[in-house]
Design a protein around this ligand. Structure first.
Ligand code: NG6
Ligand code: CA
Length: 493
């Protein structure tokens, strides 16, 4: 692999939000067309059994960037927008591998890993630690999710366009004097919040959010412009790397298709699936914009592109935007053949689209190898001839051969994390879900949870939709997988 290290390709990770296995035409969706991602898949390596580590955002992002299972570290579940940074600053990370190898590194888009180390965060000055301390030379992000305060961009850890006369304050438990909320002013909302879920807090651009904020009126983003702004900032970063004569590593965490789904005007009404379908089209368009920018600069052929998602799909995630109704009419299955989705312990939660494109280097061929996003750190270290520190624990393993299509080697096992911290282990075609309290169907979002107080065992190869629990039939298998899962849990100690 030495010759690869010498080539030092640019590396671009396109990491979308809440996109399901069945949400792309290259993965079988027929009610929607995603030609740009399909292009990468048809001319690259399309994985059918790749996983994020969790069925929610923060833990999956923690893992892809740090090479560690998030459940090993407390406080890494879905974070509020005023949380402090959860990735330790003294450990090796995916972007730091690239920095060591002489790359310019950038993070653009959704962050959702917390910021700063003091609580409450002072949003009116540079907030640190943040992306820089995690290994990104440049960052243009929003702090948490599009449905959480503060609804502002941050460039290199400072709020963009902040008026010092209008300082920002954020809270997740108290409303500020004079602040308008969705709960008190539903008549001001352009998308109604589901009254059974959150999103009744601060109103920005006619959309209720989780959490409260005051100030920052000029700094507040416009939802319809999020996609275009992040595309432009991504391309600006690529240009910076060209000016610096360095290869780039760009982690572009596309905010689509997370709620509130608010497509750019040109995409409104373009799909048959309501705003959820429209933002899939916009997300695919963003991929096309970035590919075109690389082409225009003559660097597409020397750029390794990975496209993936942070967790499985959800239709109703708190806003009444017609996703549920249109999916029904179109017989649309966002998780494809799998059961469950976002938040769930079932495969729909963590089996996600994953495509690798590198012209002339990665052969266009599908693979059924079991792969984890967490392995990108060790795999890229191998590609670039970098060593992982021997005195630090990591879950990340070198599967470079599988990533690039030189090998069909599967990961020997993976652990999946659900929203209520139920863990499952997948090994040799089997899956064991540990017993855990919780409802069988998650209310509000209406997703099969996979939670049960009884042990569950599925044969994923014969039964990919996890429909027949074989635990009683194969008690020895249950015991073996449970024992292995317990051993993995203890690995850090
Ligand atoms: C949930 C929110 C949901 C979404 C999710 C995080 C409610 C009822 N639901 O708590 O709307 O924001 O958190 O999604 O408030 S993630 O993709 O960032 O994990
Ligand atoms: Ca997500």
């Amino acid at each position: 692999m030495k010759s690869f290290a010498q080539q030092r390709p640019n590396v671009l990770i396109l990491y979308t939000d809440d996109l399901g296995y069945g949400d792309l035409s290259c993965y079988g969706a027929s009610a929607i067309a995603t030609p740009n991602i399909d292009y990468l898949a048809a001319n690259g390596r399309q994985f059918t059994d790749a996983h994020c580590t969790a069925s929610t955002c923060t833990p999956s992002r923690f893992s892809i960037l740090s090479g560690r299972y998030a459940w090993r570290k407390k406080g890494t579940n879905i974070l509020p927008g005023n949380a402090n940074l959860v990735i330790p600053t003294d450990i090796m990370t995916l972007p730091k591998i690239f920095q060591q190898a002489g790359y310019l590194t950038g993070a653009v888009g959704k962050w959702h890993l917390g910021l700063g180390e003091k609580f409450p965060i002072d949003w009116n000055h540079e907030v640190k630690p943040g992306p820089r301390e995690v290994g990104f030379d440049y960052s243009f992000i929003f702090p948490a999710t599009a449905d959480r305060t503060p609804t502002v961009f941050m460039e290199n850890q400072k709020v963009v366009g902040l008026d010092p006369q209008d300082p920002i304050e954020v809270s997740y438990n108290k409303q500020f004097a004079g602040e308008l909320t969705g709960k008190q002013h539903p008549e001001m909302l352009k998308v109604q919040s589901d009254p059974h879920q959150g999103h009744s807090g601060h109103i920005t651009n006619g959309i209720g959010r989780i959490g409260f904020m005051t100030g920052g009126k000029r700094a507040t983003w416009t939802d319809e412009e999020l996609g275009g702004t992040f595309n432009t900032k991504s391309i600006d970063f690529i240009d910076r790397s060209l000016a610096a004569k360095k290869p780039f590593f760009l982690y572009y965490a596309i905010q689509n298709i997370h709620v509130p789904r608010m497509p750019a005007t040109m995409f409104k009404g373009k799909s048959k699936l309501g705003y959820r379908g429209d933002v899939i089209l916009e997300m695919d368009h963003s991929v096309g914009v970035i590919i075109q920018a690389l082409k225009d600069r003559g660097i597409l052929d020397n750029t390794l592109i990975i496209f993936s998602s942070d967790n499985g799909p959800v239709l109703n995630d708190g806003y009444l935007d017609q996703a549920v109704e249109t999916a029904k009419t179109e017989h649309y299955k966002p998780a494809g053949p799998f059961r469950g989705g976002k938040y769930s312990a079932l495969e729909g939660g963590t089996r996600i689209p994953f495509v690798v494109y590198w012209k002339g280097k990665v052969k266009p061929k599908q693979t059924n190898a079991l792969f984890s996003q967490m392995d990108l750190m060790a795999s890229f270290a191998a590609l670039l001839g970098q060593k992982l520190p021997t005195d630090q624990f990591t879950d990340s393993k070198d599967y470079l051969g599988t990533l690039l299509g030189k090998s069909e080697k599967s990961r020997s096992e993976i652990v999946e994390q659900a929203a209520n911290m139920t863990l499952s282990i997948v090994k040799d075609g089997w899956k064991f879900i540990e017993p855990h309290k919780g409802p069988a169907v998650l209310s509000g979002v209406d997703i099969a949870s996979g939670y049960s107080e009884k042990p569950q065992l599925y044969h994923l190869v014969n039964d990919p939709s996890e429909s027949e629990n074989l635990a009683e039939k194969y008690p020895k298998k249950v015991k073996a997988l449970q024992t292995r899962l317990e051993a993995i849990k203890k690995e850090l100690e």
